[in-house]
Write a protein that binds this ligand. Structure first.
Ligand code: IMP
Ligand code: MG
Length: 182
């Protein structure tokens, strides 16, 4: 096993945990979409790693496209303001869309995206979130159809998730030490 990154206090999901979760989610998505030719929409940049894995775990025809939205800057709290940085290349009217997200915190980013894609005439819009952050006393604005795992209300990095663009390349999901961002 490789050494833990010095800025990470704890591993929440190991590489093997991630593999098992992706395989399970791939089966669920395959069962629901086998006759639908969905458009898988990855939300850049955090979801790229999960997208690369989950698309290979889906055993039916799919297309993929990418969107980039920004709600965080380099901070650690959602601003609630979502800016489209890169839009889809695909027309989604009449398509079954599956949004792939890295982590759902407040859900503000996703609820905005879902409303936008529905307004463009998508036939259905569902969400596969690799992680859902459990925040005491707060209900997220969106309930994803597919959830990989719940994580504690800490700042999470690795497997695509960053803090100020770092740590995306860690192969596991870990908790960032608060002294790194405070
Ligand atoms: P929401 O709009 O509050 O749900 O925030 C969702 C987005 O914020 C995610 O797509 C991530 O890019 C980012 N985010 C939220 N929590 C974390 C975290 O713990 N680590 C890294 N990024 C996060
Ligand atoms: Mg993101």
């Amino acid at each position: 096993m490789e050494a833990l990154h010095p800025d990470v206090s704890e591993v929440v999901l190991s590489e093997q945990d991630i593999k098992d979760i992706v395989a399970r989610m791939g089966k669920e998505i395959t069962a629901d979409y086998k006759d639908k030719n969905p458009l898988v929409v990855a939300v850049l940049k955090g979801a790229v790693v999960f997208t690369a894995d989950i698309m290979r775990a889906i055993d039916c025809p799919i297309a993929i496209d990418f969107m980039a939205v920004s709600s965080y800057g380099d901070g650690v709290k959602s601003s609630g303001v979502v800016r489209i940085v890169k839009d889809l290349d695909t027309k989604i009217e009449g398509r079954d869309v599956l949004i792939v997200e890295d982590i759902l915190d407040s859900g503000l980013t996703l609820s905005y995206l879902i409303r936008m894609l529905e307004a463009r005439g998508a036939k259905s819009v569902n969400v596969a979130a690799f992680l859902v952050k459990d925040v005491a006393g707060k209900k997220p604005a969106v309930h994803p159809h597919y959830v990989g795992s719940h994580v504690p209300d800490e700042f999470i990095v690795g497997y695509g998730l960053d803090y100020a663009e770092r740590y995306r390349n860690l192969p596991y999901i870990g908790i960032l030490k608060p002294e790194v961002y405070s």
